[in-house]
Design a protein around this ligand. Sequence first.
Ligand code: SF4
Length: 358
Amino acid sequence: MREVVIENNLDDLTFKEYLRLFTETDLHSLLSLADNVRRRLCGRTVTFVNNFVVNYSNICVARCPICAFARSMEDSDAYTLTPTDVVKLVEEAYYMYGISEVHLNGGLNPELDIEYFEEMFRLIKRRTPHVRIKGLTCCEIGYYSKLWRMSYREVLERLREAGLDVLSGGCLEMYNNDVRKIITPNKISAEEWFNIAELASKYGILTNATMLFGHVERPEHVIEHLLKIREFQEKTGSILVFIPLKYNPWNTELYRRGIVKDECSSEYVLRVIAISRIVLGDRVRRIAAYWVSIGKKLAQVALTGGANDLVGTMINEKVFRETGRKDITTIEELAEIIRGTGYQPALRDTYCNIVKIL
Ligand code: SF4
């Protein structure tokens, strides 16, 4: 494998070469390669945003078998917060933690109308004008456009007018349609996700992008996903942070049905993040080691193998907590994790501008 690496520009490998690099290179060499790419192209700063998560509703009709968070309307613990409830939480978090971003997370809830989101966004902007709103995924834009009988354009424009800054990047999961049929059969296709993200970028709404791994995918699906992200980014430049998300099977339907029996290994997590950096280079400058999904210790190791972002403080995160992950953190703790790798911690804003060196 080393011959392939030495002889070829890492930016210009074939599908098969990336696949071999991902699966056959020894772990240490793979992490070193990814670390070199990241240092050469993206420098020594590792970032995160100080943010707060509001799960405004857990009602979702998609019922993806990968999900431990969603409830149906009949469930006794189903809930939907009012826009006023949401803004109170954001305001409290702003004054208590000094957050610069709210991450709004929900499902596909047929009872919500566009005015619900418009009111929520407007209230947040009025009461906490310095807080950026990152929320909704392309799946929600797709679902609600259909539900509300509006075009994507109309929905995106109205939400942007009301204050939406950035799409969260969730629900992309895995590009391959055979995999999607198993893990997320009722959501829009990955192709549609990219169509909506591209349209959103034309209206000034950028996005993050995710990849859910560690379920039923094969290594070639990971490479396919990454190459699609690369192609999309070359076309639009609209992805701010690429976030590989480790699938945590506990409390999900895939686990209950025995389709996924365990979580993937730490080695696989590190390989996925490293190959993400190698395939994407600096096209997406921020590649995340998402500590909520992989744990802080592994996130720290991933920072030495291609990752250069920890996503955020993620105060009040609940989706991963439903699968049993209970970690919380502080700015100082994340900064310490980064310092432990020899890299420079920095707070960033939603748009990846550095706001403070820590
Ligand atoms: S993953 Fe998202 S779309 Fe799927 S059931 Fe859960 S909340 Fe709904």
